[in-house]
Design a protein around this ligand. Structure first.
Ligand code: GEK
Length: 242
């Protein structure tokens, strides 16, 4: 258990954050201790999958990391025969998620693709998940990806978008940041680790406001956008094609 504990920023850092071998080894611990509501997000996703996915559908997990979202979806829909494609562009993540999903013996047809999600074609996604992934794409490329997703979706297609966000009000921003920091302290990150990770993510993880997300999703072709969950500065939005 201990070798899987995230101690990457124990002595601060000077390098930009990368999804490399070291991160992939501790990723499950890192995301659970860093993202408030991550466990609930997976449950919310399971509920949405159970409600939405039907036999014959094609589901995409975009930026799948170690496959937690895929596992939540597959576990909630074991009675249905459909196709799930999990995509990530980090070789270290792909190596591990391939093993996890291959050993799962899921009744569904599961495939893992190592690629930039901006470079792949989408085949009629009935459900697509961007679980804390869009925030890592250069902002100028976000709309085009969402446009291609919406354009490829059937009329009853749905996107689940989970993101870290920021707020227009300085007071709200200060409060939510402080609560997020307190969440990290609660999970035993030191001030040095918190500062190190923050520095590493600078210009790598670029947040939008909920209003910006909603406007962009509408511009991309989604008719209805609903906030289904929020934990401090982390939100989950459901965007419906029609
Ligand atoms: C979970 N959804 O556990 N193309 C493909 N993958 C990418 C790209 C890209 N352009 N950019 C970043 N990634 C997961 C957690 S983590 C979130 C997702 C986090 C990948 C990157 O390699 C990483 O694995 C993932 O997106 C983001 O529910 O670390 O906060």
């Amino acid at each position: 258990m201990d070798e899987k504990r995230d101690t990457l920023f124990e002595s601060g850092t000077s390098d930009p954050f990368r999804f490399d071998e070291r991160v992939s080894r501790v990723f499950a611990d890192m995301i659970a201790r860093s993202v408030p509501g991550y466990g609930l997000f997976l449950e919310v996703l399971a509920v949405l999958a159970r409600r939405h996915i039907a036999a014959g559908d094609h589901v995409y997990d975009l930026g799948c990391s170690l496959g937690a979202s895929s596992l939540a979806i597959l576990g909630a829909t074991r009675d249905r025969d459909y196709r799930l494609t999990a995509v990530d562009n980090a070789p270290a993540m792909i190596e591990r998620v391939r093993e996890t999903l291959a050993n799962l013996n899921a009744p569904q047809h599961v495939e893992v693709i190592e690629a930039d999600i901006r470079d792949i074609g989408f085949e009629s996604p009935r459900l697509a998940v961007l679980g804390f992934t869009l925030q890592f794409l250069e902002p100028a490329t976000r709309l085009e990806l969402l446009r291609r997703l919406a354009g490829a979706m059937p009329d009853d297609g749905m996107l689940v978008l989970a993101e870290k966000v920021h707020f227009d009000s300085a007071a709200t921003q200060a409060m939510q940041t402080e609560l997020h920091l307190e969440f990290k302290r609660l999970h035993d990150y030191t001030e040095l680790e918190i500062a190190g990770k923050r520095q590493a993510l600078e210009n790598v993880l670029v947040t939008d406001t909920v209003a910006e997300h909603k406007a962009r999703l509408r511009e991309a072709g989604f008719a209805r956008v609903t906030l289904v969950m929020q934990a401090f500065n982390f939100v989950t939005l459901v965007a419906e094609r029609t």
